[in-house]
Design a protein around this ligand. Structure first.
Ligand code: NAP
Length: 221
C-alpha cells in the first residue's frame, strides 16, 4: 500500500519506520523538501529498499492512506489545502490538541480534531484517529520490553478502520478499535493524561500507554 505522511517531525519519522517495516511504500511531504528527502534516505537505508520517497505538497500523488503527522490546527489547514485531492482516501489524524496550560483538550469546536477534519475533507474520504497515545520514541521500535505497542484507533468507516488496523498489524503492533469517530474525543482526553504523565517523567520519549488484559480467566460477577 502507498502511504503519504505529511510532516517529517518526530511522529512522521517514527510512523515511516513502522510502515516501511510493514512492507509498505511511504511518501514523505515535509515542510522543507530537504527534510523529506533526508527522512526518505534514512528509511531506505533502514529497509535496504527504495520504498520511501519525498514529495512536495502541490505536486504529490497522494497515497491510499494520508497521515497528517502535524500539530493541531496545522492538520486542518493542510487538509483544507489538499481539498478534493483527499477524495476516497483514508486520512489518519494522530494529533493531541492540548491547550497551552496543558490542562484541557482544546479544539475550535469542542469536538475532536478528526471530527473537525471530517467536516473539511470530501465526503468520500474517511477519517481515522490513531497513534495519539504512544510516543514517537516507542513507535520507532513498535514495542517496549519486547511487548508490541497497543495502538488505539477510532473512526466511522469500518473499511477504513480495517485498513488502519492492518497497517498497525503489519508494523508489528496491536490494533485496538475503540469505536466510532466520536470516541476520538476520549482518545484525545487519554492523550492529555498521557502527556501530563510524560511531563512528570521528564518527557521520557520511550514511554507509552498500555492496555493490559489478564492472561488468566476472570470470574464474572
Ligand atoms: N511526539 C510524540 O511523541 C507524539 C505522540 C503522540 C501524538 N503526537 C502528535 O503528533 C503530531 C506531530 O507531533 P511531532 O512530535 O511529530 O511534532 P514535530 O516533531 O514538531 O513535527 C511536526 C512537523 O510538522 C511539520 N509541518 C508543519 N507545517 C507543515 C506543513 N504545512 N506541511 C508539512 N509539514 C509541516 C514541521 O516542519 P517544520 O518544523 O519545518 O515547521 C514538523 O516537522 C502532533 O499533533 C502531536 O500532538 C506526538
Amino acid at each position: 500500500m502507498k502511504i503519504t505522511i505529511i510532516g517529517a517531525g518526530k511522529m512522521g519519522r517514527a510512523l515511516g519506520y513502522r510502515f516501511i517495516d510493514g512492507g509498505h511504500s511511504v511518501s514523505i511531504i515535509a515542510h522543507k523538501p530537504e527534510d523529506g528527502e533526508k527522512l526518505a534516505r534514512e528509511l531506505n537505508s533502514f529497509s535496504k529498499s527504495d520504498r520511501a520517497s519525498a514529495d512536495i505538497i502541490d505536486e504529490a500523488e497522494l497515497g491510499d492512506v494520508v497521515v497528517l503527522a502535524l500539530h493541531y490546527p496545522t492538520n486542518k489547514e493542510v487538509a483544507r489545502q489538499l481539498g478534493d485531492r483527499l477524495a476516497a482516501r483514508v486520512i489518519v489524524d494522530i494529533s493531541n490538541p492540548i491547550g497551552s496550560g496543558m490542562d484541557t483538550v482544546q479544539t475550535e469546536s469542542g469536538k475532536s480534531s478528526p471530527e473537525e477534519i471530517a467536516e473539511i475533507v470530501p465526503k468520500s474520504a474517511s477519517v481515522v484517529k490513531a497513534f495519539n497515545s504512544v510516543t514517537a520514541g516507542s513507535l520507532l521500535e513498535g514495542k517496549m520490553d519486547d511487548i508490541p505497542l497497543e495502538i488505539f484507533f477510532a473512526g466511522g468507516d469500518e473499511k477504513a478502520k480495517g485498513i488502519v488496523s492492518d497497517l498497525i498489524l503489519d508494523g508489528k503492533m496491536v490494533p485496538i478499535n475503540v469505536g466510532p469517530l466520536v470516541k476520538a474525543r476520549g482518545l484525545e482526553s487519554m492523550g492529555l493524561i498521557f502527556v501530563t504523565l510524560l511531563a512528570k517523567d521528564h518527557w521520557n520519549a520511550a514511554s507509552t500507554m498500555r492496555y493490559v488484559s489478564p492472561s488468566y480467566e476472570v470470574v464474572k460477577c
